[in-house]
Design a protein around this ligand. Structure first.
Ligand code: SAH
Length: 500
Protein backbone atom coordinates (compact mmCIF):
# COMPACT_ATOMS: atom_id res chain seq x y z
CA UNK A 1 0.00 0.00 0.00
CA UNK A 2 1.25 3.47 -0.86
CA UNK A 3 0.74 5.94 2.06
CA UNK A 4 -1.96 8.55 1.39
CA UNK A 5 0.48 11.52 1.44
CA UNK A 6 2.77 9.86 -1.07
CA UNK A 7 -0.21 8.93 -3.24
CA UNK A 8 -1.33 12.59 -3.33
CA UNK A 9 2.20 13.66 -4.29
CA UNK A 10 2.39 11.03 -7.02
CA UNK A 11 -0.98 12.10 -8.35
CA UNK A 12 0.13 15.75 -8.38
CA UNK A 13 3.31 14.81 -10.20
CA UNK A 14 1.51 12.60 -12.67
CA UNK A 15 1.30 14.41 -15.91
CA UNK A 16 -1.98 12.97 -17.00
CA UNK A 17 -5.12 13.61 -15.01
CA UNK A 18 -8.33 11.65 -14.77
CA UNK A 19 -10.90 12.76 -17.39
CA UNK A 20 -8.24 14.59 -19.40
CA UNK A 21 -8.51 14.04 -23.13
CA UNK A 22 -5.22 13.40 -24.81
CA UNK A 23 -3.99 12.63 -28.31
CA UNK A 24 -1.99 9.44 -28.49
CA UNK A 25 -0.10 7.45 -31.06
CA UNK A 26 -0.62 3.78 -30.22
CA UNK A 27 2.86 2.30 -30.38
CA UNK A 28 2.24 -1.24 -29.25
CA UNK A 29 -0.30 -3.62 -27.76
CA UNK A 30 -0.41 -5.18 -24.31
CA UNK A 31 -1.00 -8.87 -23.79
CA UNK A 32 -4.52 -7.99 -22.57
CA UNK A 33 -5.26 -6.47 -25.98
CA UNK A 34 -5.06 -2.78 -24.99
CA UNK A 35 -3.39 -0.29 -27.29
CA UNK A 36 -0.36 1.28 -25.58
CA UNK A 37 0.69 4.90 -26.08
CA UNK A 38 2.61 7.43 -24.00
CA UNK A 39 1.52 10.72 -22.48
CA UNK A 40 3.18 12.81 -19.79
CA UNK A 41 5.97 10.26 -19.45
CA UNK A 42 3.52 7.48 -18.68
CA UNK A 43 2.36 4.42 -20.53
CA UNK A 44 -1.34 4.78 -21.31
CA UNK A 45 -3.42 1.66 -21.97
CA UNK A 46 -6.34 2.32 -24.31
CA UNK A 47 -9.12 -0.26 -24.66
CA UNK A 48 -10.28 -0.78 -28.30
CA UNK A 49 -7.19 0.92 -29.78
CA UNK A 50 -4.72 -1.01 -31.92
CA UNK A 51 -1.05 -0.47 -32.77
CA UNK A 52 -0.56 2.29 -35.34
CA UNK A 53 -3.80 4.11 -34.44
CA UNK A 54 -3.72 7.83 -33.78
CA UNK A 55 -6.48 8.44 -31.24
CA UNK A 56 -8.07 10.91 -28.87
CA UNK A 57 -8.55 9.13 -25.58
CA UNK A 58 -10.03 10.04 -22.22
CA UNK A 59 -7.95 9.09 -19.17
CA UNK A 60 -10.16 7.02 -16.89
CA UNK A 61 -7.72 5.80 -14.25
CA UNK A 62 -4.27 6.99 -13.18
CA UNK A 63 -1.89 4.57 -11.47
CA UNK A 64 1.66 5.19 -10.25
CA UNK A 65 3.49 4.47 -13.48
CA UNK A 66 0.71 4.09 -16.01
CA UNK A 67 -2.83 5.07 -16.82
CA UNK A 68 -5.93 3.64 -18.49
CA UNK A 69 -7.88 5.54 -21.12
CA UNK A 70 -11.03 5.12 -23.16
CA UNK A 71 -11.03 5.57 -26.92
CA UNK A 72 -12.96 8.76 -27.76
CA UNK A 73 -12.09 9.28 -31.39
CA UNK A 74 -10.06 7.44 -33.97
CA UNK A 75 -8.08 10.13 -35.81
CA UNK A 76 -6.20 7.82 -38.12
CA UNK A 77 -6.33 3.99 -38.18
CA UNK A 78 -3.31 1.70 -37.78
CA UNK A 79 -2.43 -0.67 -40.63
CA UNK A 80 -3.81 -3.69 -38.76
CA UNK A 81 -7.15 -2.13 -37.84
CA UNK A 82 -10.23 -3.76 -39.35
CA UNK A 83 -13.96 -3.09 -39.00
CA UNK A 84 -15.27 -5.46 -36.29
CA UNK A 85 -17.93 -7.84 -37.65
CA UNK A 86 -20.01 -7.61 -34.51
CA UNK A 87 -21.76 -4.30 -33.81
CA UNK A 88 -21.37 -4.99 -30.06
CA UNK A 89 -17.63 -5.78 -30.20
CA UNK A 90 -16.67 -2.80 -28.04
CA UNK A 91 -19.22 -3.25 -25.30
CA UNK A 92 -19.39 -7.06 -25.11
CA UNK A 93 -17.01 -8.74 -22.69
CA UNK A 94 -16.54 -11.78 -24.96
CA UNK A 95 -14.18 -10.55 -27.69
CA UNK A 96 -11.40 -8.09 -26.89
CA UNK A 97 -9.55 -7.66 -30.18
CA UNK A 98 -12.06 -7.95 -33.03
CA UNK A 99 -10.83 -4.64 -34.42
CA UNK A 100 -7.40 -6.17 -35.00
CA UNK A 101 -6.86 -8.11 -38.25
CA UNK A 102 -6.72 -11.86 -37.68
CA UNK A 103 -3.09 -12.13 -38.79
CA UNK A 104 -2.13 -9.37 -36.32
CA UNK A 105 -4.10 -11.17 -33.58
CA UNK A 106 -2.03 -14.28 -34.22
CA UNK A 107 1.23 -12.30 -34.08
CA UNK A 108 0.12 -10.73 -30.81
CA UNK A 109 -0.60 -14.12 -29.25
CA UNK A 110 2.66 -15.63 -30.47
CA UNK A 111 4.52 -12.73 -28.92
CA UNK A 112 2.57 -13.01 -25.67
CA UNK A 113 3.68 -16.62 -25.16
CA UNK A 114 7.27 -15.83 -26.01
CA UNK A 115 7.47 -12.72 -23.84
CA UNK A 116 5.91 -14.44 -20.86
CA UNK A 117 8.45 -17.25 -21.12
CA UNK A 118 11.26 -14.68 -21.23
CA UNK A 119 9.92 -12.21 -18.65
CA UNK A 120 8.30 -14.56 -16.15
CA UNK A 121 10.15 -17.81 -16.81
CA UNK A 122 13.57 -16.22 -17.33
CA UNK A 123 13.99 -17.98 -20.69
CA UNK A 124 17.25 -17.30 -22.51
CA UNK A 125 17.16 -17.75 -26.25
CA UNK A 126 20.53 -19.41 -26.71
CA UNK A 127 21.51 -23.07 -26.78
CA UNK A 128 23.96 -22.61 -23.81
CA UNK A 129 24.80 -25.14 -21.13
CA UNK A 130 22.03 -26.65 -19.07
CA UNK A 131 23.93 -26.82 -15.81
CA UNK A 132 22.80 -23.59 -14.10
CA UNK A 133 19.04 -24.29 -14.06
CA UNK A 134 18.30 -21.38 -16.41
CA UNK A 135 15.52 -22.04 -18.89
CA UNK A 136 17.13 -21.98 -22.33
CA UNK A 137 16.14 -22.92 -25.82
CA UNK A 138 17.04 -22.28 -29.42
CA UNK A 139 14.85 -20.04 -31.53
CA UNK A 140 13.71 -23.08 -33.55
CA UNK A 141 11.86 -24.44 -30.51
CA UNK A 142 9.13 -21.85 -31.09
CA UNK A 143 6.65 -23.16 -33.64
CA UNK A 144 4.50 -20.64 -35.53
CA UNK A 145 1.05 -20.31 -33.96
CA UNK A 146 -1.68 -22.43 -35.59
CA UNK A 147 -4.64 -20.19 -36.39
CA UNK A 148 -8.00 -20.95 -37.99
CA UNK A 149 -8.70 -20.80 -41.69
CA UNK A 150 -12.00 -19.14 -40.90
CA UNK A 151 -12.00 -17.65 -37.40
CA UNK A 152 -15.78 -17.05 -37.15
CA UNK A 153 -18.68 -19.10 -35.79
CA UNK A 154 -16.19 -21.40 -34.10
CA UNK A 155 -17.72 -21.70 -30.61
CA UNK A 156 -19.80 -24.77 -29.85
CA UNK A 157 -21.26 -23.38 -26.64
CA UNK A 158 -23.19 -20.18 -25.94
CA UNK A 159 -24.83 -18.84 -22.81
CA UNK A 160 -27.22 -15.94 -23.26
CA UNK A 161 -28.41 -14.17 -20.11
CA UNK A 162 -32.08 -13.17 -20.36
CA UNK A 163 -33.38 -10.00 -18.71
CA UNK A 164 -35.59 -6.98 -19.21
CA UNK A 165 -34.72 -3.44 -20.26
CA UNK A 166 -36.07 -0.28 -18.57
CA UNK A 167 -39.34 -0.53 -20.51
CA UNK A 168 -39.85 -4.15 -19.49
CA UNK A 169 -38.95 -5.47 -22.96
CA UNK A 170 -37.25 -8.87 -22.85
CA UNK A 171 -33.57 -8.73 -23.79
CA UNK A 172 -30.99 -11.44 -24.27
CA UNK A 173 -27.39 -11.32 -25.29
CA UNK A 174 -24.13 -10.88 -23.44
CA UNK A 175 -22.86 -9.18 -20.36
CA UNK A 176 -20.92 -5.99 -21.01
CA UNK A 177 -17.27 -6.45 -19.92
CA UNK A 178 -16.98 -6.98 -16.14
CA UNK A 179 -20.65 -6.17 -15.44
CA UNK A 180 -24.05 -7.84 -15.36
CA UNK A 181 -25.60 -5.36 -17.77
CA UNK A 182 -27.12 -7.29 -20.68
CA UNK A 183 -26.22 -6.10 -24.17
CA UNK A 184 -29.12 -7.09 -26.40
CA UNK A 185 -27.52 -9.12 -29.18
CA UNK A 186 -28.87 -12.30 -30.72
CA UNK A 187 -26.28 -12.65 -33.44
CA UNK A 188 -22.91 -13.50 -32.02
CA UNK A 189 -20.36 -13.86 -34.80
CA UNK A 190 -18.26 -16.39 -32.94
CA UNK A 191 -21.18 -18.69 -32.08
CA UNK A 192 -23.28 -20.86 -34.40
CA UNK A 193 -25.85 -19.12 -36.57
CA UNK A 194 -28.74 -21.19 -35.13
CA UNK A 195 -28.31 -19.39 -31.80
CA UNK A 196 -30.26 -16.45 -33.19
CA UNK A 197 -33.32 -18.55 -34.04
CA UNK A 198 -33.14 -20.29 -30.65
CA UNK A 199 -32.95 -17.08 -28.66
CA UNK A 200 -35.63 -15.29 -30.65
CA UNK A 201 -37.97 -18.28 -30.35
CA UNK A 202 -37.53 -18.42 -26.58
CA UNK A 203 -38.25 -14.68 -26.33
CA UNK A 204 -41.36 -14.94 -28.48
CA UNK A 205 -42.60 -17.92 -26.41
CA UNK A 206 -42.02 -15.85 -23.25
CA UNK A 207 -43.99 -12.94 -24.72
CA UNK A 208 -46.85 -15.15 -25.90
CA UNK A 209 -47.11 -17.08 -22.64
CA UNK A 210 -46.41 -14.22 -20.24
CA UNK A 211 -43.24 -15.81 -18.85
CA UNK A 212 -40.97 -13.17 -17.29
CA UNK A 213 -37.19 -13.06 -17.17
CA UNK A 214 -35.59 -13.65 -13.79
CA UNK A 215 -34.44 -10.47 -12.11
CA UNK A 216 -31.07 -10.68 -10.38
CA UNK A 217 -31.85 -7.73 -8.14
CA UNK A 218 -35.42 -8.64 -7.16
CA UNK A 219 -35.06 -12.44 -7.31
CA UNK A 220 -38.47 -12.66 -9.06
CA UNK A 221 -39.30 -13.87 -12.58
CA UNK A 222 -38.40 -17.18 -14.21
CA UNK A 223 -36.03 -17.41 -17.18
CA UNK A 224 -32.35 -16.79 -16.38
CA UNK A 225 -30.25 -18.07 -19.27
CA UNK A 226 -30.53 -19.87 -22.58
CA UNK A 227 -27.59 -22.14 -23.24
CA UNK A 228 -26.77 -24.02 -26.43
CA UNK A 229 -24.18 -26.72 -27.04
CA UNK A 230 -23.49 -28.04 -30.51
CA UNK A 231 -21.66 -31.08 -31.85
CA UNK A 232 -19.78 -29.73 -34.88
CA UNK A 233 -19.07 -33.17 -36.31
CA UNK A 234 -22.54 -34.62 -35.65
CA UNK A 235 -24.79 -31.58 -36.20
CA UNK A 236 -26.50 -32.21 -32.86
CA UNK A 237 -27.75 -29.22 -30.89
CA UNK A 238 -28.83 -29.08 -27.25
CA UNK A 239 -30.88 -26.18 -25.90
CA UNK A 240 -30.86 -25.69 -22.14
CA UNK A 241 -33.38 -23.32 -20.60
CA UNK A 242 -32.11 -22.20 -17.20
CA UNK A 243 -35.03 -21.11 -15.01
CA UNK A 244 -35.66 -20.26 -11.39
CA UNK A 245 -38.66 -22.66 -11.48
CA UNK A 246 -39.10 -26.45 -11.71
CA UNK A 247 -41.91 -26.17 -14.24
CA UNK A 248 -42.65 -23.74 -17.02
CA UNK A 249 -45.98 -22.51 -18.32
CA UNK A 250 -46.73 -24.22 -21.63
CA UNK A 251 -43.55 -26.26 -21.82
CA UNK A 252 -44.80 -28.25 -24.80
CA UNK A 253 -45.50 -25.07 -26.71
CA UNK A 254 -41.88 -24.01 -26.14
CA UNK A 255 -40.69 -27.39 -27.42
CA UNK A 256 -42.82 -27.26 -30.57
CA UNK A 257 -41.87 -23.64 -31.27
CA UNK A 258 -38.16 -24.47 -30.98
CA UNK A 259 -38.46 -27.55 -33.20
CA UNK A 260 -40.40 -25.55 -35.79
CA UNK A 261 -37.79 -22.79 -35.73
CA UNK A 262 -35.00 -25.24 -36.56
CA UNK A 263 -36.55 -27.84 -38.84
CA UNK A 264 -34.78 -31.15 -39.18
CA UNK A 265 -31.64 -30.77 -41.21
CA UNK A 266 -29.35 -33.53 -42.35
CA UNK A 267 -29.54 -36.64 -40.16
CA UNK A 268 -27.00 -37.03 -37.42
CA UNK A 269 -23.75 -38.54 -38.58
CA UNK A 270 -21.80 -39.81 -35.62
CA UNK A 271 -19.23 -41.68 -37.64
CA UNK A 272 -17.65 -38.72 -39.39
CA UNK A 273 -14.59 -37.07 -37.82
CA UNK A 274 -14.57 -33.31 -37.28
CA UNK A 275 -12.86 -31.60 -40.21
CA UNK A 276 -10.91 -28.36 -40.36
CA UNK A 277 -13.73 -26.82 -42.37
CA UNK A 278 -16.36 -27.80 -39.79
CA UNK A 279 -16.87 -24.38 -38.28
CA UNK A 280 -20.36 -23.55 -37.17
CA UNK A 281 -20.73 -21.43 -40.30
CA UNK A 282 -20.76 -24.17 -42.86
CA UNK A 283 -22.84 -26.43 -40.73
CA UNK A 284 -26.59 -26.76 -40.08
CA UNK A 285 -27.58 -28.03 -36.65
CA UNK A 286 -30.75 -29.76 -35.52
CA UNK A 287 -32.14 -29.88 -32.03
CA UNK A 288 -31.64 -33.29 -30.45
CA UNK A 289 -32.35 -32.24 -26.87
CA UNK A 290 -34.22 -29.55 -24.95
CA UNK A 291 -33.54 -29.47 -21.23
CA UNK A 292 -34.99 -27.46 -18.39
CA UNK A 293 -32.37 -26.67 -15.78
CA UNK A 294 -33.61 -25.31 -12.47
CA UNK A 295 -31.47 -22.79 -10.64
CA UNK A 296 -33.37 -21.02 -7.83
CA UNK A 297 -30.22 -19.72 -6.09
CA UNK A 298 -28.99 -16.12 -5.91
CA UNK A 299 -25.71 -16.90 -7.63
CA UNK A 300 -23.47 -16.11 -10.60
CA UNK A 301 -23.18 -19.81 -11.38
CA UNK A 302 -25.31 -20.39 -14.48
CA UNK A 303 -26.50 -23.98 -14.13
CA UNK A 304 -28.42 -25.31 -11.14
CA UNK A 305 -28.39 -28.96 -10.03
CA UNK A 306 -31.76 -30.13 -11.35
CA UNK A 307 -32.23 -31.12 -14.98
CA UNK A 308 -35.38 -32.34 -16.69
CA UNK A 309 -35.55 -33.39 -20.33
CA UNK A 310 -38.35 -31.63 -22.22
CA UNK A 311 -37.43 -33.22 -25.53
CA UNK A 312 -34.89 -35.74 -26.86
CA UNK A 313 -31.63 -36.50 -25.04
CA UNK A 314 -29.89 -34.93 -22.08
CA UNK A 315 -26.57 -34.96 -23.93
CA UNK A 316 -25.08 -34.38 -27.35
CA UNK A 317 -22.36 -36.36 -29.02
CA UNK A 318 -19.42 -34.94 -30.91
CA UNK A 319 -16.31 -36.32 -32.51
CA UNK A 320 -12.73 -35.11 -32.30
CA UNK A 321 -10.34 -37.00 -34.52
CA UNK A 322 -11.69 -40.56 -34.56
CA UNK A 323 -13.14 -40.46 -31.03
CA UNK A 324 -16.71 -39.88 -29.93
CA UNK A 325 -17.48 -37.82 -26.86
CA UNK A 326 -20.78 -37.64 -25.03
CA UNK A 327 -21.34 -34.20 -23.55
CA UNK A 328 -23.77 -33.52 -20.69
CA UNK A 329 -25.16 -29.97 -20.24
CA UNK A 330 -22.70 -29.09 -17.46
CA UNK A 331 -19.67 -31.09 -18.63
CA UNK A 332 -16.42 -29.36 -19.50
CA UNK A 333 -15.69 -29.62 -23.20
CA UNK A 334 -13.34 -27.45 -25.22
CA UNK A 335 -15.32 -24.67 -26.94
CA UNK A 336 -13.52 -24.68 -30.28
CA UNK A 337 -13.69 -28.24 -31.63
CA UNK A 338 -11.80 -27.53 -34.86
CA UNK A 339 -8.76 -26.23 -32.97
CA UNK A 340 -9.15 -28.78 -30.19
CA UNK A 341 -8.41 -31.48 -32.74
CA UNK A 342 -5.18 -29.61 -33.57
CA UNK A 343 -4.35 -29.16 -29.90
CA UNK A 344 -4.88 -32.81 -28.98
CA UNK A 345 -3.01 -34.05 -32.04
CA UNK A 346 -0.06 -31.85 -31.07
CA UNK A 347 -0.15 -33.20 -27.50
CA UNK A 348 -0.26 -36.74 -28.89
CA UNK A 349 2.66 -36.11 -31.28
CA UNK A 350 4.73 -34.56 -28.49
CA UNK A 351 4.00 -37.50 -26.18
CA UNK A 352 5.95 -39.65 -28.68
CA UNK A 353 4.16 -42.87 -27.70
CA UNK A 354 5.07 -46.30 -29.00
CA UNK A 355 2.43 -48.43 -27.26
CA UNK A 356 4.61 -49.43 -24.32
CA UNK A 357 4.20 -46.40 -22.09
CA UNK A 358 2.32 -45.68 -18.91
CA UNK A 359 0.99 -42.13 -19.20
CA UNK A 360 -0.53 -39.78 -16.63
CA UNK A 361 -3.06 -37.24 -17.85
CA UNK A 362 -3.37 -34.83 -14.94
CA UNK A 363 -6.36 -32.41 -14.94
CA UNK A 364 -8.04 -34.67 -17.48
CA UNK A 365 -11.61 -33.22 -17.44
CA UNK A 366 -13.88 -35.68 -19.25
CA UNK A 367 -10.90 -37.70 -20.42
CA UNK A 368 -10.73 -36.19 -23.87
CA UNK A 369 -6.93 -36.08 -24.09
CA UNK A 370 -6.55 -39.35 -22.15
CA UNK A 371 -8.55 -41.24 -24.79
CA UNK A 372 -6.45 -39.74 -27.57
CA UNK A 373 -3.30 -40.91 -25.79
CA UNK A 374 -4.72 -44.33 -24.91
CA UNK A 375 -4.80 -45.33 -28.57
CA UNK A 376 -0.99 -45.28 -28.62
CA UNK A 377 -0.05 -46.09 -25.01
CA UNK A 378 -0.04 -49.20 -22.85
CA UNK A 379 -1.93 -47.54 -20.04
CA UNK A 380 -3.31 -44.07 -19.31
CA UNK A 381 -4.27 -42.79 -15.86
CA UNK A 382 -6.40 -39.64 -15.77
CA UNK A 383 -6.83 -37.51 -12.65
CA UNK A 384 -9.63 -34.96 -12.37
CA UNK A 385 -11.15 -33.13 -9.40
CA UNK A 386 -14.81 -33.02 -10.55
CA UNK A 387 -16.48 -36.42 -9.94
CA UNK A 388 -19.11 -35.87 -12.66
CA UNK A 389 -16.34 -35.26 -15.22
CA UNK A 390 -14.67 -38.50 -14.12
CA UNK A 391 -17.96 -40.35 -14.65
CA UNK A 392 -18.19 -38.80 -18.14
CA UNK A 393 -14.58 -39.81 -18.81
CA UNK A 394 -15.36 -43.44 -17.96
CA UNK A 395 -18.46 -43.36 -20.17
CA UNK A 396 -16.42 -41.87 -23.02
CA UNK A 397 -13.85 -44.64 -22.68
CA UNK A 398 -16.63 -47.22 -22.87
CA UNK A 399 -18.30 -45.48 -25.80
CA UNK A 400 -15.03 -45.76 -27.75
CA UNK A 401 -14.25 -49.32 -26.56
CA UNK A 402 -11.05 -48.14 -24.91
CA UNK A 403 -10.06 -50.28 -21.96
CA UNK A 404 -6.51 -49.19 -21.12
CA UNK A 405 -7.62 -45.95 -19.45
CA UNK A 406 -8.38 -45.45 -15.75
CA UNK A 407 -9.81 -42.30 -14.23
CA UNK A 408 -9.42 -41.23 -10.64
CA UNK A 409 -11.46 -38.49 -8.97
CA UNK A 410 -9.54 -36.11 -6.73
CA UNK A 411 -6.98 -33.34 -6.70
CA UNK A 412 -3.80 -33.93 -8.68
CA UNK A 413 -1.78 -32.60 -5.71
CA UNK A 414 -3.31 -35.21 -3.40
CA UNK A 415 -3.23 -38.21 -5.74
CA UNK A 416 -0.22 -37.91 -8.03
CA UNK A 417 2.33 -39.13 -5.48
CA UNK A 418 0.57 -42.51 -5.24
CA UNK A 419 0.18 -43.20 -8.96
CA UNK A 420 2.22 -45.98 -10.57
CA UNK A 421 5.39 -44.78 -12.35
CA UNK A 422 4.98 -42.81 -15.59
CA UNK A 423 6.99 -42.75 -18.81
CA UNK A 424 5.17 -39.69 -20.11
CA UNK A 425 3.19 -37.10 -18.13
CA UNK A 426 0.61 -34.84 -19.77
CA UNK A 427 -0.85 -31.93 -17.79
CA UNK A 428 -3.63 -29.54 -18.77
CA UNK A 429 -4.26 -27.46 -15.65
CA UNK A 430 -6.69 -24.54 -15.25
CA UNK A 431 -5.35 -20.98 -15.48
CA UNK A 432 -3.64 -20.98 -12.13
CA UNK A 433 -1.23 -23.62 -13.43
CA UNK A 434 0.42 -26.48 -11.55
CA UNK A 435 0.45 -26.79 -7.81
CA UNK A 436 4.01 -26.86 -6.43
CA UNK A 437 3.33 -30.31 -4.96
CA UNK A 438 2.42 -31.58 -8.43
CA UNK A 439 5.65 -30.22 -9.90
CA UNK A 440 7.67 -32.01 -7.22
CA UNK A 441 5.79 -35.27 -7.82
CA UNK A 442 6.36 -34.98 -11.59
CA UNK A 443 10.09 -34.43 -11.04
CA UNK A 444 10.28 -37.41 -8.69
CA UNK A 445 8.39 -39.59 -11.21
CA UNK A 446 11.13 -38.65 -13.68
CA UNK A 447 9.18 -39.25 -16.94
CA UNK A 448 11.04 -39.28 -20.25
CA UNK A 449 8.76 -36.56 -21.59
CA UNK A 450 6.41 -33.95 -20.13
CA UNK A 451 3.68 -32.45 -22.32
CA UNK A 452 2.23 -29.27 -20.83
CA UNK A 453 -1.05 -28.02 -22.34
CA UNK A 454 -1.68 -24.52 -21.01
CA UNK A 455 -4.40 -21.90 -21.30
CA UNK A 456 -2.35 -19.24 -19.49
CA UNK A 457 1.18 -18.56 -20.67
CA UNK A 458 2.07 -16.61 -17.50
CA UNK A 459 1.59 -19.58 -15.15
CA UNK A 460 3.03 -21.83 -17.86
CA UNK A 461 6.25 -19.77 -17.81
CA UNK A 462 6.47 -19.99 -14.00
CA UNK A 463 5.99 -23.78 -14.08
CA UNK A 464 8.39 -24.41 -16.96
CA UNK A 465 11.11 -22.55 -15.01
CA UNK A 466 10.59 -24.93 -12.06
CA UNK A 467 10.59 -28.01 -14.30
CA UNK A 468 13.79 -26.71 -15.92
CA UNK A 469 15.44 -26.43 -12.49
CA UNK A 470 14.41 -30.03 -11.95
CA UNK A 471 16.42 -31.21 -14.97
CA UNK A 472 14.09 -30.82 -17.96
CA UNK A 473 14.56 -28.79 -21.09
CA UNK A 474 12.03 -27.21 -23.44
CA UNK A 475 12.04 -28.93 -26.83
CA UNK A 476 8.98 -27.45 -28.54
CA UNK A 477 6.51 -24.62 -27.93
CA UNK A 478 3.36 -24.70 -30.05
CA UNK A 479 0.74 -21.96 -29.57
CA UNK A 480 -2.73 -22.80 -30.92
CA UNK A 481 -5.46 -20.19 -31.40
CA UNK A 482 -8.47 -21.68 -29.65
CA UNK A 483 -10.19 -18.40 -28.82
CA UNK A 484 -10.09 -16.19 -31.92
CA UNK A 485 -10.83 -12.47 -31.23
CA UNK A 486 -10.06 -12.84 -27.54
CA UNK A 487 -6.60 -12.33 -26.05
CA UNK A 488 -6.39 -15.88 -24.74
CA UNK A 489 -3.99 -18.36 -26.24
CA UNK A 490 -3.48 -22.07 -25.73
CA UNK A 491 0.05 -23.51 -25.80
CA UNK A 492 1.45 -27.03 -25.94
CA UNK A 493 5.00 -27.45 -24.67
CA UNK A 494 7.20 -30.52 -24.93
CA UNK A 495 9.92 -31.01 -22.33
CA UNK A 496 12.32 -33.88 -21.95
CA UNK A 497 15.16 -34.67 -19.61
CA UNK A 498 18.43 -32.81 -20.15
CA UNK A 499 20.33 -36.06 -19.69
CA UNK A 500 18.68 -39.23 -20.93
N1 SAH B 1 -7.85 -31.85 -20.47
C1 SAH B 1 -9.26 -31.55 -20.40
C2 SAH B 1 -9.65 -30.54 -19.33
C3 SAH B 1 -8.77 -29.37 -19.10
S1 SAH B 1 -9.46 -28.08 -18.11
C4 SAH B 1 -9.77 -31.11 -21.77
O1 SAH B 1 -9.01 -30.81 -22.67
O2 SAH B 1 -11.00 -31.09 -21.96
C5 SAH B 1 -8.71 -28.34 -16.55
C6 SAH B 1 -9.38 -29.40 -15.70
O3 SAH B 1 -8.71 -29.47 -14.45
C7 SAH B 1 -10.84 -29.11 -15.36
O4 SAH B 1 -11.62 -30.23 -15.74
C8 SAH B 1 -10.84 -28.95 -13.83
O5 SAH B 1 -12.01 -29.44 -13.22
C9 SAH B 1 -9.64 -29.75 -13.43
N2 SAH B 1 -8.99 -29.39 -12.15
C10 SAH B 1 -8.91 -28.18 -11.57
N3 SAH B 1 -8.16 -28.23 -10.46
C11 SAH B 1 -7.76 -29.53 -10.31
C12 SAH B 1 -6.95 -30.21 -9.36
N4 SAH B 1 -6.42 -29.56 -8.33
N5 SAH B 1 -6.73 -31.52 -9.54
C13 SAH B 1 -7.26 -32.18 -10.60
N6 SAH B 1 -8.03 -31.58 -11.53
C14 SAH B 1 -8.29 -30.28 -11.39
Amino acid sequence: MIPQGKLRRIKREAQVQKNEITQLLIEDMSSEGFGVGHAGGMAVFVKDAVAGDLVRARIVKVKKHYAYARLEELLSPGADRVEPRCPCARSCGGCQIQELSYSAQLRLKERKVRENLIRIGGLKLDPGEDSDGTMRCEEAVFQPIIGMEDPWHYRNKAQFPVGADRDGRITAGFYAGRTHTIIDNHRCVIGIEENQAVIETVISWMEQCGVRPYSESGGDGTIRHVMTRAGFATGELMVVIVAAARELKEEQKLVSMLLAALPDHAPSDRSRPCRGSDTGKNKRFRITGIILNTNPEKTNVILGREMRVLYGHDYIEDRIGNLTYRIAPGAFYQVNPVQTAVLYQTALDYAGLTGKETVWDLYCGTGTISLFLAQRAKRVIGVEVIPEAVRNARQNAELNHIDNCEFIAGKAEDLAADLPGADVIVVDPPRKGLDRVVIDVILRACPVRIVYVSCDSATLARDLALLTQGGYRIRKVQPVDQFCHSVHVETVVLMSKVKE
